[in-house]
Design a binder for this molecule. Structure first.
Ligand code: NDP
Length: 445
């Protein structure tokens, strides 16, 4: 029995019209997994791919709240519980005006394979709202979070579904969400990760995605007999992932020269050092200002409306959002000598750009492998919560490093192709096989 990728994809397109991001993520995975399934009839017989792309459950709900001026406001809340074959649903919450079922299903689908790669017992999920925290007061954000959790709390739990942060959901939002859950459920549990250290959070969780990305890049470079020392690095974004990617890059001897937000990018040819990074953190996490203020303070170039990919670099780390690096950006990066691209964000590179990198053997890592450090450390937070324990920063960082090295080894095992590692193939296959084995064992559920 042979199943053609085309037939399966057509079916997924028919069942999920108007969901371009979800279909884009499924297409990439299908092109790798279906040929593998064709060699494993037991997977085909169990219709594993069709089951993998259908969420186990999707919850959509109204989120009413009142703004500071006394106006009644309504947003829409979601939780996509994609796959629980290897553990409770696990994945972040995104608060951004662009949030819709397509974006959340793509993120939840990617999360299933990513969580599997960490080798920790975590299924995949994702959720969020079209609420925009930008420009809202702390009180408005709190009222929104409390209303959001008032509905969501029925569907989650430490052994059921454990959300975390994502775009627009940082430590402030996680605190408000956790506080409301605790009040409603009358229990103090590890129901959400990314918590503050004072109330059950793990040290290094805020840093984990960016740090993990650089540990993964270090492994990629080792394969080439190279290191981060002196490498010029372009980074997009200036939020959680970008800040900590910049931090670890500096610590490892690299030279990050850009940062961006949805309004534009800054180029600092002398390199962003730890002092300038402290300014970015204060600007973004406390004052919630725009990255253009960095250019004014340090007298460097600001490019409104631009992404950083036209700046010459050795390494590019997209850390902002999906589809932020397209084929033309890839062409310019390659022309300027970029030798390695690793994703801090989820699906920031368009399929055409990925093909261009791969065709020219530019070392390229997809987010489900290279940004898995965040969810891996969330898994470590769950372990600490279950043990009522609190590990040192050194222990958590060392566990994180080992997990990123293990993910790299899995990518190599399944993606080695003569003298080139196909990280897309490696990550998708390694992630899939563990979930597939669990689904087979659990029967037709
Ligand atoms: P943050 O909200 O902390 O930061 C997001 C950054 O990206 C901001 O600088 C933001 O700019 C920018 N951005 C957001 N949307 C757009 C857009 N449409 N166009 C241009 N820039 C945009 O989010 P995170 O750093 O947590 O997340 C960044 C990426 O990393 C996402 O893809 C997320 O899914 C992924 N990720 C995050 C993990 C985590 O642990 N936080 C784990 C794994 C992946 P502005 O401030 O102007 O909106």
């Amino acid at each position: 029995m042979q199943t053609a990728v085309k037939a399966i994809i057509e079916d997924v397109y028919a069942r999920n019209p108007h969901e371009p991001e979800f279909l884009q993520a499924v297409q990439e995975v299908a092109e790798i997994i279906i040929p593998y399934m064709n060699e494993h009839p037991e997977y085909l017989k169990a219709n594993l791919f069709e089951r993998l792309v259908e969420p186990e459950r999707m919850i959509v709900f109204r989120v009413p709240w009142v703004d500071d001026a006394g106006n009644f406001r309504i947003n829409r809340g979601y939780r996509v519980q994609m796959n629980s074959a290897i553990g409770p649903y696990k994945g972040g919450l995104r608060f951004h005006p662009s949030v819709n079922p397509s974006i959340l299903k793509f993120l939840a689908f990617e999360q299933v394979l990513k969580n599997s790669l960490t080798m920790l017992p975590m299924g995949g999920g994702k959720g969020g709202s079209d609420f925009d925290p930008k420009g809202k007061s702390d009180q408005e954000v709190m009222r929104f979070c409390q209303s959001f959790m008032t509905e969501l709390h029925r569907h989650i739990g430490a052994e059921t579904d454990v959300p975390a942060g994502d775009i627009g959901v940082g430590s402030r939002e996680v605190g408000f969400l956790f506080g409301q859950y605790k009040r409603l459920a009358n229990e103090f549990s590890g129901v959400i990760t990314g918590k503050g250290f004072a109330y059950g959070g793990s040290l290094i969780r805020p840093e984990a995605t960016g740090y993990g990305l650089l540990f993964f890049v270090e492994e990629m470079l080792k394969e080439k007999g190279d290191s981060l020392m002196g490498k010029v690095i372009t980074v997009s974004g200036s939020g959680n992932v970008a800040q900590h990617a910049i931090e670890k890059a500096i610590q490892m001897g690299g030279k990050p020269v850009t940062a961006s937000d949805s309004s534009g990018m800054i180029y600092d040819p002398n390199g962003i050092d730890l002092e300038k990074l402290a300014y970015i953190k204060e600007l973004k996490n406390t004052r919630r200002g725009r990255i253009s203020e960095y250019a004014e303070k340090y007298q460097v170039e600001y490019h409104p409306g631009k992404k950083p990919w036209h700046i010459p670099c050795d390494i590019a780390l997209p850390c902002a959002t999906q589809n932020e690096l397209d084929e033309e950006d890839a062409r310019v990066l390659i022309e300027n000598g970029c030798m390695l691209v690793a994703e801090g964000a989820n699906m920031p590179t368009t399929p055409e750009a990925v093909r261009r990198f791969q065709n020219l053997h530019i070392t390229y890592a997809p987010g489900k492998a290279s940004n898995a450090g965040g969810v891996a450390t969330s898994g470590l937070e769950m372990t600490q919560n279950a043990l009522h324990a609190s590990w040192t920063a050194e222990k958590v960082e060392s566990e994180l490093k080992q997990i990123m090295q293990s993910i790299h080894s899995q990518c190599k095992q399944y993606g080695q192709n003569y003298n080139y590692i196909d990280y897309v193939k490696g990550a998708n296959l390694a992630g899939f096989i563990r979930v597939a084995e669990a689904m087979l064992a659990e029967g037709h559920v």
